[in-house]
Every structure is written in C-alpha cells, then in structure tokens.
Design a protein around this ligand. Structure first.
Ligand code: SF4
Length: 198
C-alpha cells in the first residue's frame, strides 16, 4: 500500500470519527485541512460554532485575522498542498461562560501522532493557543504571553502564537511587540516555506 493510500484511509477515518461524540454538545464534525504535500502546519485549538456549521476551517473573523498575520490570500490559505490545518480538537467542543471550551483531549491522543507522520514536508508550524503550545513546544514559559514573547527560541521552524480571535484584541493592544517583532519574522518564514526558491 502506498503512503498516499494509507493517508487517504487515515483521513477518511478521521472524518468518520465519533470517539468523543458523547461529550460534544453539537455532535461530531471533524474539520481539518490535510495533504501530505503541505509545507506549513497550523496547529490551532478547535473549531468554533461558525466553523462547525460551515465545515470550513478558520472561515470566520479569527481566520481573517490569521490570514492577515500570515500575509497570505484566502486562495493560498485554503490550498491544502501548501497549508495543513490541524487543531488540537477537530470538532467544536461547545461554549462555556468565558468562551469556547477546551479541545477534547481524546482527539490529540487518537489522531495527532499518526497524522503528523503523514506530513513530511512541513517547513514551519504555527502553534496557536495554550493547548497546542503544550503539545508542540519542547517547553513553555510561565504563561502564554511569555511563551509567545520568546518566539525567537523556536523560530523560524515553529512560531508560538496567541489565538487570532477578536476576544484577544485587548491582548494584542497590551503586547505591541507582537505586531512589530513577531509578525514580520512570521511573514518572512511563511514566504520562504511557500516559495522555497525565493
Ligand atoms: S473531537 Fe476528535 S476524537 Fe472527538 S469525535 Fe471529533 S475527531 Fe473524533
């Protein structure tokens, strides 16, 4: 069996997954964008309500901001051969008092290592939010802000990021170094990962 055939079977299994459905208030609807040719990995948190309904990852205000941070068009962003989108939880976990609930822990345990093994061409990974930080970074600082502030410890192959949600507008205002220092380095790394000859 070829690698790509195995990948196609794995992706079908992910799309049919119901492992933690009893804990998902709106049911299972895994939302990922994956292709073994992808060069950039976006490791996010979990789909929100709007993405659960559309089935399109980051098709919301968070996605608009994320595309601006990356400096890429919608067309590039949704080109699976360039960008893989694999949150820590593939299904919408529901919303609590202070925003969306944490990604279901069963998801990373069930799928993450197998899927990562099928993405051999990843040049850089955006690691978004505390759950992805804990999984993807060798070590985190005392809080998310300090981990993101230390981005040069990981760049250019990995960028620890806050969530691009409008809920983080205050965080962005309080941390202007994110726009002036991290984003230019991020856009440069994205440009190289997408066009390796540039
Ligand atoms: S969140 Fe992950 S483990 Fe749970 S049903 Fe969805 S795909 Fe399966």
């Amino acid at each position: 069996m070829t690698v790509n055939r195995k990948f196609a079977e794995l992706l079908n299994a992910v799309k049919a997954c119901r492992v933690c459905e009893e804990n998902l208030p709106f049911g299972a609807r895994p939302v990922v964008q994956l292709d073994p040719r992808a060069r950039i990995l976006i490791a996010g948190q979990a789909p929100g309500r709007r993405v659960h309904e559309s089935g399109v990852p980051f098709d919301d205000p968070s996605g608009d901001r994320l595309r601006e941070w990356l400096g890429v068009s919608r067309e590039t962003f949704y080109d699976a051969t360039q960008i893989a989108i694999m949150p820590m939880g593939f299904c919408y976990p529901g919303t609590g008092k202070s925003g969306d609930l944490a990604p279901r822990p069963e998801c990373a345990k069930t799928w993450r290592e197998d899927l990562l093994a099928h993405l051999p061409n990843i040049q850089m990974t955006l690691v978004i939010g505390q759950y992805a930080h804990k999984w993807h970074l060798p070590q985190v600082k005392k809080n998310l802000t300090e981990t993101v502030r230390a981005f040069e410890d990981f760049a250019p192959s990995v960028f620890p990021m806050p969530h691009p949600s409008p809920r983080n507008n205050l965080w962005l205002k309080k941390n202007p170094w994110f726009a002036t220092s991290l984003l230019p380095a991020l856009r440069q790394a994205v440009s190289k990962a997408i066009s390796p000859t540039v």
